[in-house]
Write a protein that binds this ligand. Sequence first.
Ligand SMILES: *[C@@H]1O[C@H](CO)[C@@H](O)[C@H](O)[C@H]1NC(C)=O
Ligand SMILES: *[C@@H]1O[C@H](CO)[C@@H](O)[C@H](O)[C@H]1NC(C)=O
Ligand SMILES: *[C@@H]1O[C@H](CO)[C@@H](O)[C@H](O)[C@H]1NC(C)=O
Ligand SMILES: *[C@@H]1O[C@H](CO)[C@@H](O)[C@H](O)[C@H]1NC(C)=O
Ligand SMILES: *[C@@H]1O[C@H](CO)[C@@H](O)[C@H](O)[C@H]1NC(C)=O
Ligand SMILES: *[C@@H]1O[C@H](CO)[C@@H](O)[C@H](O)[C@H]1NC(C)=O
Length: 413
Amino acid sequence: MASLWLNPIPFRALLIFSLLHLSCLFNNVAAKHGSSTHHHHHSRTSNRRLQQAFIALQAWKRVIFSDPRNSTSNWVGPDVCKYTGLYCTAALDDPKIRVVAGIDLNHADIAGFLPDELGLLTDLALIHLNSNRFCGIIPQTISNLSLLYELDLSNNRFVGPFPSAVLSLPKLTYLDLRYNEFEGPLPPQLFQKKLDAIFVNNNRFTNVIPAFLNGSTATVVVIANNNFGGCLPPSISNFAESLEELLLINTNLTGCLPPEIGYLYKLRVLDVSHNKIVGPIPYSLAGLAHLELLNIAHNMMSGLVPDGVCVLPSLSNFTFSYNFFCEEEGICMNLTSRGVAFDDRRNCLPEKPLQRSKEVCNPVLEHPVDCHEQRCAVGGGGGRFFGAAAPFGPAIVPAATPMFAPSIAPSST
Ligand SMILES: *[C@@H]1O[C@H](CO)[C@@H](O)[C@H](O)[C@H]1NC(C)=O
Ligand SMILES: *[C@@H]1O[C@H](CO)[C@@H](O)[C@H](O)[C@H]1NC(C)=O
Ligand SMILES: *[C@@H]1O[C@H](CO)[C@@H](O)[C@H](O)[C@H]1NC(C)=O
Ligand SMILES: *[C@@H]1O[C@H](CO)[C@@H](O)[C@H](O)[C@H]1NC(C)=O
Ligand SMILES: *[C@@H]1O[C@H](CO)[C@@H](O)[C@H](O)[C@H]1NC(C)=O
Ligand SMILES: *[C@@H]1O[C@H](CO)[C@@H](O)[C@H](O)[C@H]1NC(C)=O
């Protein structure tokens, strides 16, 4: 039941696995490309590509300003394959020569920049830089790394707009940008890449979620703790064939939940808590046969808690506190009898303890939200609303608090 995001161990294991099996990965790709028949007589420790790598790594070392664990202190001399954090293996197109295929400096606490010369490391399949103090922007030249498969830049101090250069990387499968200071909108192309996981939480991304979420293959999408605003577009249904975990916590989402969420038939975790979502729980959620965790707490939702959701066969935790629900249907009244963990506090449920007062409930319940009027726009490049604004202000949602400590950022070693 563990969410990949809340408990990033499965993802971490995957990263370690692929590092250990880098040469397998490499050889697989090589097989697809067909190996070169040329025979080069390069020495083991020096060939043109390792020389290029040497230039790149020396340039990088010059813009490292703090390295408290001395991770790069042996980055001297031409034998780059001996440098800490570097992994060499046979080149894809020429098994006779060695090339730099991976960099793993996770948890090195290094402060510095990424230099443009990074683009010379064209044989890289993996870059793992999580939990350092790298800052500045991601150089455009990263688009030169046409074999790059995993890019983990999480828990650093990168800034600037979404690094669009990564969108041109044809092999990229794992992209982890969480816990940085990227800002501005997410490009719609991010959701069209063949990525397995999209982690962009805990940045400063703003703007609406792209209205066209088509072509995605991601099983996990974590956008939490950014400031989007706008609504969840109906095109979320385009994730149906892959999406298992959708976390949109504290992203300043407004509007109603689109009924199209019900098409995400593989969904196991849905967490849209700490937003400004209004309106009812869509009945279509009753179609989510694999749903284990549903968290809609701390929104402004109202109406009925539908039996169809409460009877979902896999449901083990249903958290809907801090909303304005005023009625529970069927088994929803006694989730304990189903063994489902729940939190129904601070709603307007007449029969239940720890509810909001009539004074707070009545003004809201007198103005039911019409979700047809609040449909999320599908034109104009973003999830904005047609129709009226929510009838009450954002004061109910507390100011963004750091709900999750950076320690949950992934750690690959
Ligand atoms: C790193 O190197 C410096 C200078 O050689 C030394 O004083 C320091 O103790 C080293 N730090 C670690 C963590 O090894
Ligand atoms: C891109 O890689 C090629 C080698 O494959 C190299 O010659 C070129 O300088 C690199 N470009 C950049 C911008 O680093
Ligand atoms: C996604 O939708 C946009 C806009 O409708 C379209 O231009 C693009 O070709 C679509 N991409 C895929 C992969 O379906
Ligand atoms: C939330 O998004 C709305 C746009 O929907 C924006 O006007 C508002 O400033 C955002 N709230 C915060 C706290 O930034
Ligand atoms: C249920 O989920 C909520 C929100 O994700 C969490 O805070 C709570 O601890 C969970 N309860 C149980 C019993 O797992
Ligand atoms: C909920 O159901 C259990 C048995 O399934 C029962 O013992 C309990 O009294 C019920 N609680 C309420 C509040 O009806």
